[in-house]
Design a protein around this ligand. Structure first.
Ligand SMILES: [Zn+2]
Length: 406
């Protein structure tokens, strides 16, 4: 297997086993035909990119039934408003009739803010159901996959971009070289590329291995971003840590030499060296940490099962698919998973087939334990669920370690 960035020989350092599509919530008549692939990460010694060995074809993951609508979370709405404000102040301010392009614009959660400010914008969103939501709100959106042809077409129809943005999207795209070349082609000579994705340093530190699932073909670091985008003349000029998704990084890039490089970049590169993100041993230790976390979570749930306690999952997230399948947690451990997304309700979780039920089913009859799959929104959830706690309910978490919160 060759590295997707630099074509060096790479091999997997661990396997999470057969995995279904993380967002592939399904009805019981589809159990027989469910698709599986081997979820196995690798690390490239040369360019330091953390990547999946195998990724399902994009059409299996992003389609007209895509089950993730960004705007469902109020917290994410606030986050993307702040992201858009940051771009307007830091990049667009003072520019004449600027143009903003967003890759993977979902239901328009970020572009809405540019539209409201009267800024020329375009979203690229291959999942047509979420793209339709954006279009219905007047947000310019194309339902296609981004590639060089599309970059040329955008260039012809809209001109060069002042800013290209992406959030939780860049890490989805296996052909990163094509994407980087397309963006380099599209950006003005003083344009800015800004994207944010789950951050490798946080994942290694917290053993939050549930960041690893089909959609995330890459988990980036400042080191690997410098290498991969540097090949296409784009320079990392700033890095800004984000708390979203349990630890993300916003990378700011620009055509080489066009902008000063912030001290933050050097600081983070040094920190990554100190953390050993370039060393094979770090990933061997990560594998052992994943195995220990899996064994601990399984024993907690088996113990509760043996004492006939009711355990309900909280948040049927994409990330939960890696947890339930790797730890082999099924309906015998988890009665159901509560989720507010209508498209998931009445269906079953990928692979382990735990029923997904509306939030009201949880709140009407609290279980004794709730396994917090949406751990990255823990604070927001704990505040909302005081009633559960008052009735004696206990939370189970697994990041950064497996524990029952008293
Ligand atoms: Zn490589």
């Amino acid at each position: 297997m060759l590295c997707r960035v630099c074509q060096s020989e790479i091999s997997q350092f661990m396997s999470f086993g057969d995995m279904p599509i993380a967002n592939g919530f399904l009805t019981d008549d589809r159990f027989e035909s469910e698709y599986f692939f081997e979820l196995a990460p690798s690390f490239c010694n040369r360019c330091n990119m953390f990547q999946l060995i195998e990724q399902p074809e994009p059409e299996r993951m992003f389609h007209e039934n895509y089950a993730f609508f960004s705007s469902i979370s109020r917290y994410m709405q606030i986050h993307f408003k702040a992201f858009a404000d940051f771009v307007m102040e830091r990049v667009l301010d003072g520019r004449n009739d600027p143009f903003v392009l967003e890759l993977g614009s979902n239901d328009g959660i970020m572009l809405r803010n540019f539209k409201d400010a009267g800024v020329r914008h375009l979203g690229i969103e291959p999942s047509s159901n979420v793209a339709n939501v954006a279009r219905s709100q007047g947000i310019q959106t194309l339902s296609e996959f981004f590639n060089l042809d599309l970059a040329e077409r955008v260039l012809r129809e809209h001109g060069q971009a002042d800013a290209v943005l992406a959030a939780n999207v860049m890490c989805h795209i296996p052909d990163i070289n094509t994407i980087a070349a397309g963006i380099a082609r599209l950006l003005k000579s003083d344009g800015i590329l800004m994207f944010e994705d789950p951050y490798l340093g946080d994942m290694i530190e917290k053993t939050s291995y549930d960041q690893i699932y089909d959609e995330h073909v890459f988990i980036f670091s400042a080191t690997s971003v410098t290498w991969s985008f540097g090949q296409h003349g784009l320079e990392l000029i700033d890095v800004i840590p984000q708390i979203t998704h349990g630890g993300s990084m916003r990378y700011v890039l620009a055509p080489e030499g066009s902008h000063p490089v912030s001290q933050n970049v050097n600081d983070l590169l040094e920190k990554e060296q100190a953390q050993g993100l370039h060393r094979k041993e770090t990933y061997d230790q990560f594998r052992r940490n994943c195995e220990a976390s899996r064994d601990a979570l399984r024993s907690v749930l088996e113990l509760l099962q043996n004492s006939s306690k009711r355990v309900v999952g909280y948040g049927a997230t994409s990330k939960s698919t890696t947890i339930t399948n790797y730890c082999e947690l099924g309906p015998e451990h988890i009665e159901f998973i509560s989720d507010t997304t209508p498209i998931k309700q009445g269906k079953y979780t990928p692979g382990m087939h735990i029923p997904v039920k509306p939030y009201e089913v949880f709140s009407r009859n609290y279980p004794e334990y709730a396994l917090l799959f949406a751990w990255n929104h823990a604070q927001e959830i704990f505040e909302k669920e005081e009633g559960f706690k008052k009735q004696g309910g206990k939370w189970i978490t697994y990041v950064p370690k497996v524990e029952i919160l008293e």
